[in-house]
Design a protein around this ligand. Structure first.
Ligand code: AMP
Length: 453
């Protein structure tokens, strides 16, 4: 399959070719024709799959054919959970739309609002925004949605995790009823499905990776180690392996800062990225890391989400995540687009349950490799593989409701929700979704607004 076959026009094909993309990724091959045909789309896709171009390219195509945005109006709204992701999506829009006469802008908090208001004054065809700043801008009449044609929720699961549900609902209530809705999410929890029910209509559903598995090119293993020796083990791994760059995940902002100081004190350049850092510091940290000026980026889950860092050879779980799905997101940062990668988890005895949860989710017992001189005094108990968690009942109810809603609210020719996956499965309405079973996300009380950003 080539991009030429997807129904995109010459200016977009030229931008894609300039960027060196030779063929569409699986999600692009599925999503682009569906979006061009005007369908709502619900896609299970993580960062790294090419999802941004998957929705940006057809949106640019559709917008290029209609009238331009009047003053203070936005024709497309792309909502993202983090500032980094907003900036990244904005950059993609600018890149892919380089040969089109469309205006786009990015708005997020942590920076001055006035320049954003000025840009919006002239109207924009594509607005990329984080929810909080968008609400501020709307309350100051800087942006209106009377001409809105397309809404995109990017990384919808993370938006819910970060407590944006009320903002999202308020924003949706401000939009015209008739619009195209595109929802992208790494996981499809019950909460996401609930949100989707009131948002997407008769959607094409797309799933791009087998659920809860890492790319086969990622080598994963566990280093059992005592908790207090983790920093020393990490620096040893970096030095002995002569790692050029690594992304290290810490559970807390404080832990990320402390670890960064330790690594730096051992002669390795490192920087922390988390929600307590100013936007300027976050942007600089990422640029320095991408520019190879910094070897180690220590990040919390939320700050790291959406970071597009190509060909990252090593990802380290300094702490195991409390939510097992985050393990899959984290290690998705390596072994991207076919390149090989290593995902190493430093696991102390007190984390055995978290390890077991991850193994249950991924249905794989992780190999253990002790490092000489770092054998734990408190040994890491053995784990066994448990049956995957399932919530069949709930999903059925939700599917049948969705279908009922589809049939009554929309005079679409097809009463069936169309479900596609890039692996060629196509199930009937109410059928079992390919990514079904990914609905055991946060446990009560484990996530709260901005908990680890
Ligand atoms: P995303 O999942 O949107 O964050 O994209 C991940 C990475 O894949 C980005 O660096 C894109 O530039 C790259 N990418 C997107 N589409 C393609 C493609 N068709 N061929 C090669 N690389 C791509």
């Amino acid at each position: 399959m080539t991009f030429n076959e997807l129904g995109l026009s010459a200016p977009i094909l030229k931008a894609i070719a300039n960027h060196g993309y030779s063929e569409p990724t699986p999600i692009q091959a599925e999503a682009i024709p569906a979006i061009l045909a005007g369908h709502d789309v619900m896609a299970a896709a993580q960062t790294g799959t090419g999802k941004t171009a998957g929705f940006t390219l057809p949106i640019l195509e559709l917008l290029s054919k209609g009238p331009r945005a009047p003053a203070n109006q936005a024709r497309t709204l792309i909502l993202t959970p983090t500032r980094e992701l907003a900036a990244q999506v904005g950059a993609s829009v600018a890149l892919y739309g380089a040969y089109l006469n469309l205006k786009s802008t990015v708005v997020f908090g942590g920076v001055k609002i006035n320049p954003q208001m000025q840009k919006l004054r002239r109207g924009v065809d594509i607005l990329v925004a984080t929810p909080g700043r968008l609400m501020d801008l709307h309350s100051q009449n800087a942006v209106k949605f009377d001409h809105l044609e397309v809404l995109v929720l990017d990384e919808a699961d993370r938006m819910l995790d970060m407590g944006f549900i009320h903002d999202i609902k308020r924003i949706i209530s401000l939009l015209p009823k008739h619009r195209q809705n595109l929802m992208f999410s790494a996981t499809f929890s019950e909460d996401i499905r609930k949100l989707a029910k009131g948002l997407v209509h008769n959607p094409i559903e797309i799933s791009v990776s087998p659920r809860n598995t890492a790319a086969p090119s990622v080598e994963q293993w566990v280093c059992p180690v005592d908790k207090k020796r983790k920093p020393a083990l990490l620096t040893k791994l970096i030095k002995d392996g002569d790692w050029s760059r690594a992304l290290v995940f810490s559970k807390t902002k404080h832990g990320a800062n402390k670890l960064t100081k330790y690594i730096e004190a051992h002669g390795i350049t490192a920087v922390a990225i988390h929600g307590n850092k100013s936007q300027g510091a976050r942007t600089k940290a990422l640029a320095d890391f991408k520019g190879n000026e910094i070897r180690i980026l220590v990040a919390t889950d939320i700050a790291a989400r959406g970071l597009d860092i190509e060909q990252l050879p090593h990802v380290v779980n300094f702490d195991l995540p409390h939510v097992p799905e985050d393990y899959v997101h984290r290690i998705g940062r390596t072994g991207r687009a076919g390149s090989s990668g290593q995902a190493i988890s430093l696991v102390s005895a007190d984390e055995v349950e978290l390890l077991s949860d991850i193994e249950r989710l991924t249905q794989k017992i992780l190999e253990r490799r002790e490092v000489e001189g770092f054998e734990p005094n408190l040994s890491l108990p053995e784990t066994t593989l448990h049956q995957p968690l399932r919530h069949k009942k709930k999903r059925k109810a939700l599917n049948s409701q969705t279908n009922k809603q589809n049939n009554t609210r929309h005079n679409n020719n097809s009463n069936n929700t169309k479900i596609r996956s890039v692996y060629g499965h196509r199930t009937k309405s109410g059928g079992k979704l390919k990514y079904g079973g990914r609905n055991q996300t946060s446990r009560p009380g484990q996530r709260f607004k901005g908990s680890s950003e």
